[in-house]
Ligand binder design. Structure first.
Ligand SMILES: *Cc1c(COP(=O)(O)O)cnc(C)c1O
Length: 486
């Protein structure tokens, strides 16, 4: 069949050979790119890249996968941001493991949809096994269950939906209060808004100087909440804050949620990697007392985006996401014990993302993942020691996981806004150079830089080299502005 015939592009038994060639060529282009990429980024600006994409005439197809891949090198592959590069140190993006990428290729080709058994068969059972496996690692007990989601944001939303519906005052939205630390993820506030809670429903609980929730402050806020006639709907503890990797004191928080008979949600989007760690699993002690837990395998399990889940202690609570449609999952399928995952999910059509984790566990095993995560946590400790000894830098906290928040402190500049600007400039200049990518955040109202270390290939020498680059860029900025000022 000619490549001009639309049917030649359908993935089916007739075109199996074309599929095999096409995927092999795609993998080959990516492999070549990975093998030759010297920097995490080319530093290209949106203005310079846009014309290459605008030029593409979407109404004139190339009729040839090789030609489309050639074009893709110009529009995407050459200038992409590469997370596998040891000097990509910015956000919570991990390099991915090959078994998971293999799973990704299989799941998109077979294209199961996990809403119902009659669209997925074994895929549904595989997802269920992984949910049980994760719940068991957490220690949630015999009634636990859960569902794969698109990410931590969706998991947090679903957890707070369940918490709202389980609250004794679910009918009085204005009365409900959610408690989360000042370092918690912004999806908690977004969820509160989506759930119709009042604009001041999320009570921000202060952190101590290690960026963990102050439980004494939480106790005071809970007491005040009840005294003022409001209802504590949920406490969100974070096991691995996005900026600092700090883990809230879970056992103490669990004492309080039990005392106030309140839902405990633990956002372990980042810290979940400790579930498979031999060295640091104890940092999650208390997690087993949660009513719900968010895990992002696409952060600390080296999985491609998306791969996430929400786990719950009591599977009955998932009924708050259950609706029946005659065409899809009629009520009788429950009596017939047909496993329809849509009954537990906020999504309907849903990817078989679980396959990536399944292939990872079957090929390399949980210990392998834990070992990789332990390595990046150890690297962060070494990096912290290096920063703490370096008079050029101020580092905020000793990491429990794998981030470092720090800033360059010039020897002869005391004006805080100048220091802020020098650090902002250094980050931008580094990004534009493509030599390394670091993130930025704020601490104590001032601008800081952040390394998120998720690549076991990154070495302490990489960290030292990037710190020198940051110092050079910051000094360049200060030198230039001083010249201009004089
Ligand atoms: C990343 C993150 C989230 C959001 O997860 P997504 O997968 O990006 O939606 C939620 N909570 C914490 C603590 C995170 O680090």
């Amino acid at each position: 069949m000619s490549l001009l015939a639309p049917r030649s592009h359908l993935l089916n038994g007739l075109n199996a050979e074309a599929y095999r060639r096409c995927i092999a060529e795609g993998a080959d282009r990516v492999a070549t790119q990975l093998a030759t990429t010297e920097h995490p980024f080319t530093g290209i600006s949106p203005q310079r890249l846009a014309p290459a994409i605008d030029r593409v005439d979407l109404d004139r197809p190339l009729h040839d996968p090789s030609a489309a891949l050639d074009e893709l090198e110009e529009t995407y592959l050459r200038d992409a941001v590469y997370f596998h590069h040891p000097r990509y140190l910015a956000h919570l993006n991990c390099p991915v493991v090959i078994p998971a990428v293999l799973g990704e290729a299989v799941l998109s080709a077979v294209n199961s949809s996990l809403d119902t058994w009659d669209q997925s068969a074994g895929a549904t059972l595989i997802e269920r096994r992984l949910i049980d496996w994760t719940a068991e690692r957490i220690g949630l007990g015999p009634a636990a269950d859960g569902i794969f989601t698109s990410g931590g944001t969706q998991s947090n939303l679903q957890a707070l939906l369940l918490a709202r519906e389980e609250s004794k005052d679910a009918g009085e939205l204005g009365k409900l209060r959610v408690f989360a630390s000042e370092c918690s993820h912004f999806s908690v506030q977004k969820s509160a808004k989506l759930l119709g809670l009042s604009p001041d429903s999320v009570v921000s609980v202060p952190c101590d100087n290690t960026k963990r929730m102050r439980t004494a402050a939480l106790a005071r806020e809970l007491e005040r909440c009840v005294r003022e006639g409001f209802t504590p709907m949920a406490v969100v503890a974070t096991a691995g804050t996005t900026d600092f990797g700090s883990i809230d004191p879970l056992p103490e928080i669990a004492e309080l949620t039990e005392r106030y008979d309140t839902w405990l949600h633990v956002d372990a989007a980042y810290g979940c990697g400790l579930l498979v760690s031999h060295k640091n699993r104890h940092l999650l002690d208390g997690l087993e007392r949660a009513d719900s837990v968010t895990v992002d395998y696409h952060k600390s399990f080296f999985q491609p985006v998306s791969s996430s889940a929400i786990l719950v202690r009591d599977r009955a609570t998932l009924r708050h996401a259950t609706y029946h449609a005659d065409y899809l999952n009629p009520r009788r399928t429950v009596e017939e014990r047909i496993p329809n995952q849509v009954d537990k999910s906020l999504q309907t059509t849903r990817r078989f993302d679980a396959l990536k984790l399944w292939m990872t566990l079957r090929v390399m095993g949980a210990d392998g993942i834990g070992e990789l995560f332990d390595e990046v946590c150890a690297l962060a400790s070494d990096g912290w020691r290096m920063l703490a000894l370096d008079p050029r830098f101020d580092v905020v906290v000793e990491p429990q996981l794998s981030t470092l928040v720090f800033r360059y402190i010039p020897a002869d500049v005391t004006e805080p806004t100048h220091i802020d600007r020098a650090n902002l400039y250094a980050r931008k200049a580094l990004f534009a150079s493509g030599d390394a990518i670091v993130a930025g955040t704020k601490a104590g109202g001032r601008h800081y830089l952040k390394f998120t270390l998720l690549n076991p290939e990154t070495t302490i020498a990489d960290i030292a080299a990037v710190l020198d680059l940051i110092a050079d860029h910051a000094e360049q900025y200060l030198g230039d502005t001083l010249v201009r000022a004089s």
